[in-house]
Design a protein around this ligand. Structure first.
Ligand code: NDP
Length: 317
């Protein structure tokens, strides 16, 4: 069985490729630069890669770039999308690659009858950012959508890019009548396979590298291995459909610091919050659909530990 993974060198995709190879799949994987060792060496050294991993160069904004890659594939996992902070030109850096890139990949799929399902890596970013008040009683579920106007007003460019991309993807697959499911994770943490630092692992690193304060933010958190596995289960289970929210715990940064303090009592960790306001409130996320898919969710404390140990091993702190 042959499948394709876009953006294969990324944090989530590297685990996805690892698990697909473990399960016996042949994987056609795209990267932007085949000569960049930081992007490919950790993939080519995976078990099974020599026999069953085929790397392709592809760029989200190059039309037809994915035609040869999806050719002959039964499944397409579209993970590639820019995810970083400090964007200068949101349209060019975030929105175009996310939105046009997704439609570009789906355009290749629409021409390829062998593909029976697309699994799109969307995000809680496309679900929960709509300005609705948060309280511990509020339950976010897959019927929620982020509001593009709210994202623009709040200058949440990454969030906007994921919202526009997922919305356009659903419209496209409806029109072309092919099968898609989306995986919508919150903040993804856990061990890194790639040698470079990704944005969500950096959220934990900022607590470990000597900072005095922690941010006053509350996020959903989920382990990267669960997210990668959810992609595969959503492809393999014929009755999988729609959106799968992936959150193990909703927790304020102060709770992450507490977990780190218990794990590493001698480490210098932030003592206080970055502002004097009340802590941003918690809320609930309904993940029943992901549980039915077979996800058991690795506990937050374990995910924080795996992230910290991996960042240490890779000498990020
Ligand atoms: P990474 O930054 O590690 O991976 C992003 C991937 O996208 C990289 O492989 C990158 O390629 C690729 N990419 C970016 N721009 C382009 C482009 N123009 N053309 C081709 N490839 C491109 O991030 P993650 O693994 O965290 O993210 C993977 C997916 O998961 C994204 O869709 C992201 O939105 C989503 N997600 C992530 C969450 C998280 O907390 N990490 C939470 C929810 C969703 P290159 O290596 O060449 O830069």
């Amino acid at each position: 069985r042959t499948v394709c993974v876009t953006g294969a060198s990324g944090y989530i995709a590297s685990w996805l490729v690892k698990f697909l190879l473990q399960r016996g799949y042949t994987v056609k994987a795209t990267v932007r630069d085949l000569n960049d060792q930081k992007k490919v060496d950790h993939l080519t050294s995976l078990d099974g890669a020599k026999e069953r991993l085929h790397l392709f160069k592809a760029d989200l904004l190059e039309e037809g770039s994915f035609d040869a890659v999806v050719e002959g594939c039964e499944g397409v996992f579209h993970t590639a999308s820019p995810f970083y902070l400090g964007v200068k030109d949101p349209q060019v850096e975030m929105i175009d690659p996310a939105l046009k890139g997704t439609l570009n990949v789906l355009g290749s799929v629409a021409k390829t009858p062998s593909v029976r399902r697309v699994v799109l890596t969307s995000s809680v970013a496309a679900v929960a950012f709509n300005g609705k008040p948060r309280t511990p009683e509020v339950v976010v579920d897959e019927t929620w959508w982020s509001d593009p106007d709210f994202c623009r007003e709040s200058q949440l460019w990454y969030v906007l890019s994921k919202t526009l991309a997922e919305d356009a993807a659903w419209k496209f697959v409806k029109e072309k009548a092919f099968d898609m499911v989306t995986i919508n994770p919150a903040m993804v943490i856990g061990g890194l396979l790639q040698p470079t630092l990704n944005t969500s692992a950096a959220a934990i690193l900022q607590l470990l590298n000597g900072s005095e304060t922690y941010p006053n933010s509350t996020f959903g958190w989920v382990n990267v291995k669960d997210v990668a596995l959810a992609h595969i289960l959503a492809f393999e289970n014929p009755s999988a459909n729609g959106r799968y929210l992936m959150v193990e715990s909703v927790a304020h940064y102060s709770e992450i610091v507490k977990i780190l303090r218990e794990l590493y009592p001698t480490l210098k960790l932030p003592e206080k919050c970055a502002d004097d306001k009340p802590f941003t409130p918690t809320y609930q996320v309904n993940v029943e659909r992901a549980k039915k898919l077979g996800i058991e969710f690795i506990p937050l404390a374990e995910s924080v530990k795996e992230t910290a140990e991996s960042l240490k091993e890779k000498k990020f702190y």
